[in-house]
Design a binder for this molecule. Structure first.
Ligand SMILES: Cc1cc2nc3c(=O)[nH]c(=O)nc-3n(C[C@H](O)[C@H](O)[C@H](O)COP(=O)(O)O)c2cc1C
Length: 165
């Protein structure tokens, strides 16, 4: 199978991580994948905050229900929407979604694991992240080497999803 298609099929949400750090070149490759996502009018409204220090990771873990995931992942990527860069609420959100999926696929392709945590517009977390004027939190993505190998979650069959006209 084509490697992109295989990555799409084999990616899983990983919620338990080994403590090993993520190599800087892999972090760079993950950010590059996010940067190359499509966006409406090519506005690229995403902004990234890497939460790496033990102090910030612990503080972030205290603010979210997914405490263990965030506390154990060596790295959490916060994706913010810069409203001043965007132009349309729905289209900006669509672009951010494409960016997050690029990140997840890159993570998987590099032998790492991650989980998309939808956590939009949380003022406390935004303050901890140092969000700037006009920036809103869209999701948190804890990243690390997997400490679990989750089975595939069920997907609806195409026969239920597709109509041909
Ligand atoms: C918008 C969005 C929000 C999500 N929020 C959470 C979350 O808060 N906590 C969590 O454990 N997983 C979260 N997930 C991951 C989904 O639960 C997961 O993608 C889904 O169950 C399918 O499993 P898979 O990713 O392993 O294929 C989220 C995924 C998306 C796309």
């Amino acid at each position: 199978m084509n490697e992109v298609l295989r990555a799409i099929r084999e990616r899983r949400s990983v919620r338990a991580f080994r403590p090993d750090p993520v190599e800087p070149e892999k972090v760079e490759a993950i950010l590059e994948a996010g940067r190359w996502a499509p966006s409406g009018r090519n506005t690229q409204p995403w902004r990234f905050v890497l939460v790496e220090s033990p102090e910030k990771r612990a503080a972030l873990a205290r603010l979210v229900p997914q405490r263990d995931m965030i506390a154990t992942a060596p790295l959490t990527l916060a994706v913010l929407l810069d409203r001043r860069a965007g132009y349309d609420e729905l289209k900006d959100a669509q672009g951010i979604g494409a960016c997050a999926q690029n990140v997840l696929l890159a993570v998987h392709a590099l032998g790492l694991g991650a989980c998309w945590i939808g956590r939009a517009r949380d003022r406390e977390v935004e303050a901890l992240l140092g969000a700037r004027e006009g920036e809103e939190l869209m999701m948190l993505i804890p990243i690390g080497y997997p400490a679990e190998n989750p089975p595939p979650r069920e997907r609806k069959p195409l026969s239920e999803l597709v109509r041909r006209i």
